[in-house]
Design a protein around this ligand. Structure first.
Ligand SMILES: NC(=O)c1ccc[n+]([C@@H]2O[C@H](COP(=O)([O-])OP(=O)(O)OC[C@H]3O[C@@H](n4cnc5c(N)ncnc54)[C@H](O)[C@@H]3O)[C@@H](O)[C@H]2O)c1
Length: 362
């Protein structure tokens, strides 16, 4: 078996990113398995530097990965910019360059010139092509929470303001509970995609707030929308994963129904730019600064939509735990990069690097 390399957890270059793919808990298990763990200091990470030191990690200066030993594997969560190249190490992170995003070829050419390798976290897939680590559960939990906060705000003719991370799921749930209590009535919620990761998180938040939830998945939507049943709920949380178009769950015309109870949709799936968007009632994501947009602008009964594409950032501790624990079994095998998920990710990287070198888009 190949010798175990140093795993170097870098600080995130992306501002305010508090999530991490290795927590102190998973670092401890990697060290127990014989890996040498080095962790860069970080003021943004949701876990303190000391928590890593306490389990046996070596602590080094922030952004010192470029001077790491050549055999270290540099692990982060989010992308690096091209000007940090040329990349000479083996890197693990979400690079967001394989779908020919802006600057993809220049970025990959920094690997071509440096001789390094990239194992993109989005392309760590099992033999069925399913991602082995994702942030779904807490996306659903937060997506449901923000929807209910917006619904409660509507009862006072206001809207929620800018969102900032919560320190824990309990604090978030308590805030939602207090907002519902102050509204004086209990809303009814519907979750579509209820059997998936994010659907599970959305249901947990609602049930912890004693909210009745209608749970739909493939079977219930098979007849094809628009669905009048959706309009009978105060809040709908969409958590489906679609790869091909289906009839819409609702439309602008459908939302004009005079019997509509629904006043908030939280689109956790958040895919307004895709042909497979089952909610063709909006064109742009909302943001942490402005979390909701008014889709039906009727003063007596408006409808607001929330569509934030990085919801898990709002619960960085729990999201990191979910992701890091899913990644751990594969990190334990990272000394065998020619096998399994690592080998599959390497094949995509080699293919895209060749395209970047030849100036070809696939
Ligand atoms: N907004 C965010 O920050 C954020 C974060 C993570 C994931 N996501 C997105 O959320 C979506 C769901 O992710 P996930 O990890 O929960 O996926 P998942 O695969 O775990 O679950 C998807 C669920 O959708 C169901 N489904 C598929 N087609 C359906 C249909 N036609 N009708 C009803 N149900 C249907 C599936 O049966 C499954 O239960 C994905 O599009 C993902 O990209 C968004």
């Amino acid at each position: 078996m190949a010798q175990k390399p140093t795993l170097w957890l870098r600080s995130e270059h992306k501002p305010n990113e508090a999530r991490t793919p290795i927590t102190p808990g998973t670092a401890k298990q990697l060290i127990a398995a014989g890996y040498n763990m080095t962790v860069e200091r970080s003021g943004a990470r949701a876990f303190a530097d000391n928590a890593y030191a306490d389990v046996g990690c070596g602590i080094v200066e922030e952004f010192s990965w470029r001077t790491a030993p050549s055999d270290a594997i540099i692990i982060g969560l989010k992308e690096l910019s091209e000007d940090l190249g040329p990349f000479t190490h083996r890197h693990v992170h979400f690079a967001h360059v394989y779908k020919n995003q802006e600057g993809w070829a220049d970025f990959l050419n920094q690997f071509n010139s440096g001789g390094g390798d990239l194992y993109d976290l989005e392309y760590l897939v099992d033999e069925n092509g399913r991602r082995i680590a994702a942030f779904g559960y807490w996306a659903g939990y937060v997506g449901a929470a923000v929807a209910l906060l917006q619904w409660a705000a509507q009862q006072n003719n206001t809207s929620i303001g800018a969102l900032h991370p919560w320190a824990s799921r309990d604090l978030l749930q308590q805030e939602v509970q207090a907002a519902i209590d102050s509204a004086g009535i209990t809303p009814k919620a519907m979750v579509i995609g209820a059997k998936g990761r994010s659907g599970g998180g959305a249901i947990e938040l609602c049930e912890r707030c004693a909210i009745e939830v209608t749970k739909w998945d493939m079977e219930e939507t098979s007849a094809g929308g628009p669905f009048d049943a959706m309009l009978d709920h105060h809040v709908m949380i969409n958590c489906v994963f679609l790869s091909a178009p289906i009839p819409p769950f609702t439309t602008h015309a459908h939302l004009q129904s005079s019997s509509r109870v629904l006043s908030v949709i939280s689109d956790v799936s958040c895919d307004p730019f895709s042909d497979a968007n089952p909610l063709p009632i909006y064109n742009n994501c909302t943001t942490m600064d402005q979390p909701s947009m008014r889709v039906v602008d009727v003063e007596s009964h408006p409808l607001d939509l929330i569509s934030i594409d990085h919801l898990p950032s709002l619960l960085p501790v729990e999201s990191s735990d979910e992701f890091a624990n899913a990644l751990l079994p594969y990190l334990l095998d990272i000394n065998q990069l020619d096998k399994g998920v690592w080998q599959r990710a390497a094949a995509v990287f080699k293919d895209k690097c060749a395209q970047a070198q030849n100036g070809v888009k696939a």
